[in-house]
Each structure stands twice: as structure tokens, then as C-alpha cells.
Design a protein around this ligand. Structure first.
Ligand SMILES: [Zn+2]
Length: 252
């Protein structure tokens, strides 16, 4: 049986905790919330929606509308929230005060203040898609939560993938296969490049997991050419069995 605390105490920078499982469950529940998806769909430019309608209706290649959507999302819609922002007036690094949130709805709040002037940035980290869509700023989690909802609103089933190191992204179900999609990257790297992180970011995976509202799936093998090494890494854990995580995910 997998012990959550064994996982939490090992060397993963972002351990598998109950909180993170609850977060992904609650975020992906929103992916099947029809009224929410309708309001999210309204954010997408009509031209791009029409491209999706045509391609899906005629069973054509989705790459062109996906490119338009990824470009719009990254270049026009969303902003990236730096981990260490700089004061635009004093050119100094802002001081960070971090407040833990009380649920998946507000996960935490970052207060960035200039040490010299009154410039300040408040960055609440939301799990609710509507709040993320309203703020239009974030890091990979906000980007992937919202981009996954947008895909679902366009009738492309999607889920969230987390590497439990420092990154998350989406997968989209295209022609019956789950395809890697990362809205934070530039097209064409952003789609169907599952080995990108291992090759370019030197990722040393233990677990890469995909989350949907009814399932948690170990997708590590799809993202690595180092499967044997990953199994060795997993052996060093007290327990590498996913069954208890899956049982817990089913219950929440
Ligand atoms: Zn300043």
C-alpha cells in the first residue's frame, strides 16, 4: 500500500499530497461543467472557433486550428507571472511574502513588494477556472488549468499532466490518442513533443501523472526515453505502488 507520507517525505520537489490530488480533481471536474465551459468558450475568438467547427465537422487535421488557438492564448490572452518580478520603476527585485491559501479555490497568495517604492503585485493562485480566466495571468498551473478548459469547451477532451518536479501541461484526445499540448511553449514545440522536457530541461522523472475528473493515469513512459532509469529511481522509494493514490482519487 502506498503511504502518502512516504511520498511527501521523499525527494520530489512537488510531492504527491492529498491537497494536490484534491486540486486536480476539483480543477478537472470543471472540465465537465457545461455552463462553465460555455462561458469559457466565449473567450475564444470567433475566427478560431469557426476553424475548429469546420475541422471537427469534416474530420480534417486539427493542427491548424490548434496552432491558431495556442498562438492566441500565449501571445494575446495570457500573461506569464515571473517567480521573481522586478520593480519597473527602481529595477530592484521585489520582496515576496507568501500566504498559504485555505483550499483548492485559493491555493495561495503571493505579495510582491518593492523594497524602495510603493510598487506591489498581488498574485492569488486560483483553482477556479473562471478566476484564472478573469485574471489572465499565471504560471504553468494556471495556464494549463485554463487551456484544458478551453479545449474541452471546443469539444476536444483534455486533461492535466503534472511531472511532480516543477511543470504541468495538458493532453488532448485527438483521433483516440492522448497528445501532449503545452500552452506555455511556442508552436510547434507546444504540441506532440512529449520528450521535449527530458531532452531540453534535463528532467529526471519519477512520476508523470495525468488527471481527469474520473481518472489518474501514470503516463511517465510517454515522456521519457529513460524508462529503465525511472524504474530504478522508483525502487529507491519506500513504496512505488500507485494503487492507494488511485483509490483516494476515486473517493474525492
Ligand atoms: Zn520600486
Amino acid at each position: 500500500m502506498l503511504n502518502f507520507f512516504d511520498l511527501a517525505n521523499n525527494s520530489l520537489p512537488y510531492p504527491v499530497t492529498k491537497d494536490i490530488l484534491i486540486l486536480y480533481k476539483q480543477v478537472t471536474k470543471q472540465y465537465v461543467d457545461t455552463p462553465l465551459l460555455e462561458s469559457i468558450n466565449d473567450l475564444v475568438p470567433v475566427k478560431i472557433k469557426n476553424e475548429f467547427d469546420t475541422v471537427i465537422g469534416e474530420n480534417l487535421n486539427l493542427m491548424n486550428p490548434m496552432k491558431l488557438l495556442l498562438d492566441w492564448f500565449k501571445q494575446e490572452f495570457m500573461k506569464w507571472m515571473d517567480k521573481s518580478p522586478i520593480c519597473p520603476f527602481c529595477n530592484l527585485s521585489l520582496n515576496l511574502r507568501y500566504a498559504k491559501g485555505n483550499s483548492w479555490i485559493v491555493r495561495s497568495v503571493e505579495y510582491h513588494n518593492c523594497p524602495q517604492c510603493s510598487f506591489a503585485v498581488v498574485f492569488p493562485r486560483y483553482g477556479e477556472i473562471e478566476n484564472i480566466a478573469f485574471n489572465r495571468i499565471g504560471r504553468c498551473s494556471e495556464w494549463s488549468f485554463l487551456f484544458g478548459a478551453i479545449l474541452n469547451s471546443l469539444s476536444i477532451q483534455s486533461r492535466i499532466v503534472h511531472d511532480f518536479l516543477d511543470h504541468c501541461w495538458n493532453e488532448a484526445l485527438i483521433d483516440g490518442k492522448w497528445i501532449h499540448v503545452d500552452s506555455t511553449l511556442d508552436y510547434p514545440i507546444s504540441i506532440n513533443n512529449p520528450h521535449y522536457y527530458e531532452k531540453n530541461w534535463n528532467k529526471k522523472y519519477q512520476y508523470v501523472m495525468a488527471f481527469s475528473n474520473n481518472e489518474i493515469t501514470d503516463v511517465t513512459k510517454n515522456y521519457s526515453f529513460e524508462w529503465k532509469t525511472i524504474l530504478e529511481r522508483r525502487k529507491k522509494r519506500k513504496n512505488g505502488d500507485m494503487s492507494r493514490i488511485k483509490d483516494y482519487y476515486d473517493k474525492i
